[in-house]
Ligand binder design. Sequence first.
Ligand code: GLN
Ligand code: ZN
Length: 750
Amino acid sequence: MQTHILGFPSIGKRREQKQALESFWNGALSVDALSATCAELKERHWRIQKDAGLDYVSTGDFSLYDRMLDITCMLGAIPERFIPCRDDAPADRYFSLARGNIGHNIAPLEMTKWFDTNYHYLVPEIDTDRPWTATAHPVVADTKQSRELGFSPKPAIIGPFTWLALAKAPRTIRKWARLDDIVSVYAQLLKDLAGHCACVQIEEPVLCTELLPEDAGRSFREVYAALNAAGPKLMLTTYFGGLGRNLQSAVGSGCAVLHIDALRGRKQFDEVLNALPGDAALSLGVVDGRNIWKTEYSAVLPLVERAVAALGKDRVLLGSSCSLLHCPVDLAEETALPEHIRKRMAFAVQKCAELAALRAAVEGNGADAAGAQPDEPHPDRCVAAVRERVASVTPDMLARRSPYPERRAAQAWLKLPPLPATTIGSFPQTDAVRKVRLDFKRGIISEADYVAAVRREIRDCIEKQEQLGLDVLVHGEAERNDMVEYFGQQLGGFCFTQNGWVQSYGSRCVKPPVIYGDVYRKHPMTTEWILYAQSLTKKPVKGMLTGPVTILCWSFVRDDLERSEVCMQIALAVRDEVQSLEKAGIRVIQIDEAALREGMPLTRDEAEIYLRWAVDAFRLASSGVEDSTQIHTHMCYSEFNAILSWIAAMDADVLSIEASRSGMELLDAFTDVHYQGAVGPGVYDIHSPRIPSEEEITQLLRRALRHIPEEQLWVNPDCGLKTRRWEEAWPSLQHMVAAAARVRAEATRR
Ligand code: GLN
Ligand code: ZN
């Protein structure tokens, strides 16, 4: 029985890749030195896999920036706007696609979440019908190199259907018409790989979604017949879910091996076993590539045994469920975690070892393969009071006292003007603020000094907002390093790693908090700062909280409790905070749910189940207040249409959303569902340093008024301002407030 992983994180246990990339971009490192660091990391990672006893090591999992981009470059599918970069050095051209090119003033490829993970890939753009010029893929050289060093490489490439399904193209271009050209480039790549490896991992996670056209089945079989003819044995690799309606395409592909995510696709396991053709092997993804927990062998061994019984040992492989890209590198780097938590964890290095141990267990020489020892429950993991509270949540706790129109009337006391102007929460995080937080964390300054410094920031922020003439003010979030970590640090059930970094995109890494036990609030988390801000102004200050779904989605979550249950625990903690704020006199409260949409599973059925509990969690968090208290929520993305009715069901009084880049087009959908609440469609893009003019914001607001009645419209930017400098935020907000005043005057004149 062979073992393998689908990919190892490329960043390095000390984020060496990040440092090298950023030094290269700064001009401090040569392209050769960058390549040398990458070569070292690749070899180190191959050795880890080999030493763990895996039969293959993964190549092609290491990308300079992004694996989708690597395929885009191989195909030569470079959008026309990059033509001015044609004569630049290859590395510069590559990074221009990823990061834009300031000299030529070219925007980068768009970036978006890789399925339902927190990894972002660069979205291919097909903007021409002209033929592309293919180029070599770095996986060929890496595979040769790996072979020469004595490893047994398994190159990993993203497959043509996934690449095309995720590519965007204007309506005038039929992207699927490109399939034949694309396939011939893939066939050449496979030929180039042929002599250097025994098997190629060709990834089609799109088979676990509903993104393929219904009639893709035939072309899928034809394309894979062509690819199989190219030479090396193919492992058709799927992950992040079951195969659903694409099962026949997958088993009929003619590939020598089919890899399935046996964890997320468990329900379909037997169906896959039965459908697998007689000569194909099955790779079982049984070690979770998306969490940080040890594999519970007793839960996965029965699956492996069933597969072995049905197919025979030689036709079963054991693998990670997906690439280990989504989990941190090495648990050995963690020296400060409580032992009772640490001993239940496995990062990428440890997950490699688990696969070898699992094989040993199946093959009967696994005396020491206990890995998933049934451990004695720790009191933190099951806090009776928390369990009881979740169990006794009643339907009335999920609903505001009165329906929206009555609440609206009850909130009139806030005496807000029409088209009230506000912001999303954070203000520019200057180097000074960051230093204060860091100094406090490192014990360099006292708590009293820290509080004084944050208060100065808050005072400054309130003064600026008064001067700008905003209507609902915020405290500016100077005390927050991160909108999830800030809350996690104060809640029971969370812990933090020192080096648990995961690549988010390119050189950017995140270190998600870990939810290991039952979550509960120990004490008020935000009231002190918000009350201080409110003490400085007569205008209402909006209390700023992160919502339960976002806290859940941006953490590593325990695997011994349903996610929905964990989410309800967090929701109760947030509810407590909402009520503390209300009691203290803060009567406008925003609960951000920036991650609601990205946490959505990939198939409609599962998405519906998720949305039901996610919306309930928000309602539980937000509805314990008086009608006269105004609840806001914020989401920073604009693909709403499919879930707008769910967003309406969240029943917030005010919803702020990203809208400027789509020019308010998305508001059509709000008209269609008769959205009742107030809406603040973002009027300028905070991701860009560009300062919007008063005129252009005015135009956007006038356009918004065609979709949203005047009494429902708010005025705000697309998202928080923490990544902007004051030099940008200040004039932008001035223009925003002036535009609001203008449109307000026009509206009241009518
Ligand atoms: N309140 C947060 C902020 O302004 C919201 C951030 C977000 O939506 N990602 O920074
Ligand atoms: Zn946002």
